[in-house]
Write a protein that binds this ligand. Structure first.
Ligand SMILES: NC(=O)c1ccc[n+]([C@@H]2O[C@H](COP(=O)([O-])OP(=O)(O)OC[C@H]3O[C@@H](n4cnc5c(N)ncnc54)[C@H](OP(=O)(O)O)[C@@H]3O)[C@@H](O)[C@H]2O)c1
Length: 335
């Protein structure tokens, strides 16, 4: 049995709650919140116990802390949980900067516990199928790929987040890395078009080039919802020399739940959390299988985002070489 506690009581905590209860080996032991009343309410709803965060860390029954709190809490809560010897699942972005994330990864290694970033888009049923098709060469050699998320992010909500690169392109970057491998060259452009107060990008377009010459685009546009017939709302398209794969979220646009953003109501979305939790809890923690994702994957994503933001709108194309963890530990004087 893997004893699990959820930290946070928002929309995504609820997705993880449902996913944890779908696992074979996970047992939800409780929920933490920065607000005792919210913890009590969530505990009642999920038939579990309300904990204070520090009290929860002292409980030897807790093996895994699932951090679904707001972005600016991820680092602080992860460090505390890792210090206490707990395995950690941390929502995206796992930290607000690369230094914080490298600190978290190093601590997990020092404490011999596991740190799993929530790279749930990989675990959508169709994406797992696409990965198998690509690995078998079913569409030949990849020549071009397109990843988009076109949904309105109201300015009030965007104030709680950290721009289209870190909040949204984060997902598409780990997804493209998973499906296509790492690019050799990267560049980007970004804009603020409708926001009046938020100073972070609401449009972020990245372009990657791979070793064989293939190119990919990642298009994040928070200015509107694309509900047109051939929608780019949430689209993955991969062009090979022998075939094309298209995964459009609107193909299964029928899941109804009261969630404040459109992309969350597609059918593959809840399954991305269910398959993710089954993989981490059942396959990796309980059955000791090799994880499909690692904390270093998240390090690469944050490093790529830093570089994309640095070159955005400057007409610069950067040769991309992923830094090793050892280099980063040295660079940030964490050794
Ligand atoms: N993987 C994905 O697909 C995905 C999708 C969306 C978001 N996320 C990430 O998941 C994390 C949580 O996002 P979310 O959509 O669940 O955000 P949210 O609904 O705004 O909740 C965030 C946190 O705010 C606190 N909260 C809940 N209700 C509140 C209220 N009425 N007043 C004040 N605070 C309240 C809760 O933490 P406490 O109870 O501890 O205070 C909650 O965990 C974020 O880091 C986000 O980037 C991931």
């Amino acid at each position: 049995m893997i004893g699990v506690v959820i930290s946070g009581t928002g929309d995504v905590s609820n997705k993880h709650y449902k996913a944890i209860t779908s696992t074979t080996h996970g047992k939800l032991l409780g929920v933490c919140s920065r607000d005792a009343k919210r913890a009590e309410e969530a505990a009642k709803k999920w038939h579990t116990k309300a904990y204070g965060f520090d009290e929860m860390l002292k409980d030897p029954e807790v093996d895994l802390v699932v951090i679904c709190s707001s972005d600016d809490e991820h680092y602080r809560q992860s460090i505390k949980a890792l210090e206490a010897g707990k395995n950690v699942i941390v929502e995206k972005p796992p930290a607000l900067n690369l230094r914080e994330l490298v600190h978290m990864v190093k601590l997990s290694k020092d404490k011999k516990v596991q740190l799993f970033p929530v790279h749930n888009y990989i675990f959508r049923p169709r994406i797992l199928q696409v990965k198998q098709m690509l690995d078998k060469g079913e569409i030949g050699e990849v020549t071009y790929a397109f990843f988009s998320l076109i949904q309105r992010m109201p300015e009030e909500r965007a104030k709680r987040y950290h721009g289209a690169f870190l909040t949204q392109a984060y997902h598409q970057i780990y997804l493209s890395n998973f499906l296509l491998g790492l690019p050799e060259e990267i560049t980007a452009m970004s804009s603020i078009i409708t926001y009046k107060e938020v100073k972070m990008e609401e449009l972020a377009v990245s372009m990657f080039k791979y070793k064989n010459g293939a190119v990919a685009n990642i298009v994040i546009n928070w200015c509107l919802n694309d509900l047109s017939t051939h929608s780019w709302l949430w689209l993955e398209k991969i062009l090979g020399t022998k075939g094309v794969i298209t995964v459009s979220a609107l193909d299964d646009y029928s899941y109804h739940e009261d969630i404040p953003y459109l992309a969350a109501i597609v059918l593959g979305y809840p399954y991305s959390f269910i398959n993710y939790q089954k993989h981490v809890i059942d396959d990796v923690l309980a059955e000791k299988k090799k994880p499909l994702i690692s904390a270093y994957d998240a390090v690469i994503v944050l490093d790529m985002i830093d570089k994309l933001k640095n070159c955005a709108n400057k007409g610069k194309v950067i040769k991309y070489k992923p830094p090793s963890l050892e280099e980063l530990i040295k660079q940030y004087k964490l050794g």
